[in-house]
Write a protein that binds this ligand. Structure first.
Ligand code: A2P
Length: 220
């Protein structure tokens, strides 16, 4: 009936448990602080600043609102394609309200977005929608496996919407699939930092982070 339709959320996803959310935010801020001091970054400051600007405060460059989460299905209150079908999926109904551990493999920034890559387990993939845009976003050359775009948006540049983080991550994965490893810059506390060009910086965690998260939904 119509009640069910109006009750569909803006999106479904995994929401980071509060203490881990704080931890991740602190880690991201520390990363930006460190990155901003590196000569290698200063060399490419143009990716993040206007003509003639010598400095950029990265911590102010990326902003975000709302809870940190990994979106599974964007429903737009039922207006998005496949929203109702997703909400009715057996796995979604069964796992709604349950905790899981997300595996975080890397932290990345581009001139548009900052996020972390989430490596989904087979169980978690059951909550990934079938109608993903991975194929279209990745272009005809590189077909990436389902769930490749799983991520947590940590921040966006002014005027950029969080929906951009997925395509940015897919661009990185596509480059890696084509055999590009980026230009290794140096080892940071959590792992190696690489530069992929066009303002794309990737910190790969030597030890993946385990993030406790709740499968739920969000209404604005
Ligand atoms: P993401 O999952 O990359 O962070 P908004 O605030 O713009 O309404 O977005 C709310 C959340 O839904 C964000 O987490 C955002 O991106 C995600 N989102 C927005 N639009 C889409 C879309 N078309 N496809 C997938 N996720 C989306």
């Amino acid at each position: 009936g119509s009640m069910e339709e109006v009750s569909l959320p803006l999106y479904f996803g995994w929401f980071l448990e509060y203490t881990f959310q704080d931890k991740l935010e602190v880690m991201a801020k520390d990363f930006l602080k460190t990155l901003g001091t590196l000569e290698a970054f200063k060399k490419h400051i143009r990716d993040f600043s206007g003509e003639g600007e010598e400095e950029t405060n990265l911590e102010q460059y990326f902003q975000h609102k709302g809870p940190l989460h990994c979106t599974t299905k964007y429903c737009n209150y039922g207006k998005a394609k496949g929203a109702k079908e997703y909400a009715e999926k057996e796995s979604v109904r069964q796992q709604y309200g349950s905790m899981t551990k997300l595996v975080i493999g890397a932290l990345f920034i581009t001139p548009r977005t900052m996020g972390v890559r989430v490596l989904l387990t087979q169980d978690q993939l059951q909550l990934w929608p079938d109608d993903t845009e991975e194929k279209a976003d990745a272009g005809p050359e590189a077909e990436l496996p389902p769930g490749s775009r799983a991520h947590i948006t940590l921040g966006c540049a002014e005027g950029i919407k969080p929906v951009q983080t997925g395509p940015d991550l897919l661009e990185i994965l596509q480059l890696q699939k084509q055999g590009q490893e980026g230009e290794k810059v140096q080892d940071l506390e959590n792992g190696p930092l690489a530069y992929y060009g066009n303002g794309i910086w990737v910190l790969s965690f030597t030890e993946p982070l385990l993030a406790p998260a709740l499968f739920s939904s969000y209404y604005k």
